[in-house]
Design a binder for this molecule. Structure first.
Ligand code: AMP
Length: 316
């Protein structure tokens, strides 16, 4: 069984480096930092590092480590929440002695010796909970809180249809095992700065809705400055706009001057969007994707493709 195989490799290696996808979100951080704590709680003498660029907004999920100065060929790399090499943050699988992937995105490419890919799992954090349940890895409260937040964030509070009885079974097990006081954790995820709510008002008033049911907004750097927010803010708000009557797909596209691209978050209530996102330097899940078109002309092309799939989709 794959969980036992993963456990065997974790037991075998003294140095373990864990990473996740670039542009970390709570599931990427929760699964990687939660796994680090799970391993250290079980094997306190191992050297375990959770690496990747830090995300100030999600500091409550734990700090990240620097990649250690060590012989990587003697180390194990575990990559969570990442389907392909180009999205891995801060590590090259080819440098390592052994590689394990634990992911819930649709499969893109093989890069690991063991690939645990379950695109029916609600989150990478769910897969780590399942790993803990099926092996001798020992949970504690700290690690459980990170895995819980990762899962709750990726399911949008158990809203998405990747939330299954298995999700509830595993979460219930996690809470019982650790006596986790989960309601106290929510403020980390859901308390927002007032300026985000004000910006959310700007989006509500200015987004366009096509006859086919595509809602979109193109946000320039000027507007971001005016509202004192950044190119990630609209994406952080998009879940609030994903359940509006007659709207099938939502796309928020914010200029990211520093990186020289337009940062887009896309959500769908039916049409499959990750194929289109992948044409514009992006990808993701079938109903939750991101893209990075290089300019607003490319954004218009992407919006046109999204509008076409909306036209061909009937919402129940
Ligand atoms: P976001 O809108 O940034 O929350 O992203 C939604 C989903 O799309 C997540 O699973 C991301 O990992 C994925 N995603 C976001 N941006 C990209 C990208 N540029 N390339 C591939 N996948 C992405």
């Amino acid at each position: 069984m794959v969980f036992k195989k993963i456990y065997k490799q974790i037991k075998k290696y003294d140095t373990i480096i864990i990473t996740r996808h670039i542009g970390a979100d709570p599931d990427a951080l929760g699964s990687s930092i939660g796994l680090k704590e799970l391993i250290l709680n079980t094997f306190p003498d191992k050297k375990v590092y959770a690496i990747g660029a830090p995300a100030a907004r999600f500091r409550y999920l734990g700090l990240v480590d620097k990649i250690p100065d060590t012989d990587l060929k003697k180390a194990l790399l575990i990559v969570t929440d990442t389907p392909d090499i180009k999205r891995i943050d801060g590590a090259n699988p080819n440098d390592f002695g052994y590689v394990i992937k634990i992911d819930h995105h649709p499969f893109i490419e093989k890069f690991a010796d063991i690939e645990l890919v379950d695109d029916k799992a609600s989150s990478a954090s769910q897969l780590i909970i399942e790993l803990a349940k099926n092996t001798k890895l020992k949970l504690n409260k700290e690690c459980a809180s990170k895995l819980y937040l990762g899962l709750v964030s990726d399911t949008n509070r158990f809203l998405y249809d990747y939330t299954t009885t298995k999700t509830f079974d595993l979460v219930s097990w996690l809470i019982k095992q650790t006596n986790l006081n989960f309601t106290t954790l929510y403020s980390n995820l859901y308390v927002r700065p007032l300026k985000e709510i004000i910006f959310s008002g700007y989006i509500s008033l200015n987004m366009k809705i096509t006859n086919n049911g595509l809602a979109y907004i193109k946000i320039t750097d000027e507007i971001l400055k005016e509202y004192d927010v950044d190119s990630s803010t609209a994406g952080n708000l998009i879940e609030n706009f994903n359940n509006i009557d007659k709207i099938k797909v939502v796309a928020f596209c914010s200029e990211d001057k520093g990186n020289g691209y337009i940062k887009c978050s896309i959500r769908s209530r039916g049409p499959i969007i990750n194929d289109i996102a992948s044409h514009f330097n992006g990808g993701g899940h079938i109903y939750a994707s991101g893209a990075r078109p290089s300019n607003f002309e490319q954004v218009d092309k992407m919006l046109q493709e999204l509008d076409e799939i909306c036209a061909n989709f009937e919402i129940n």
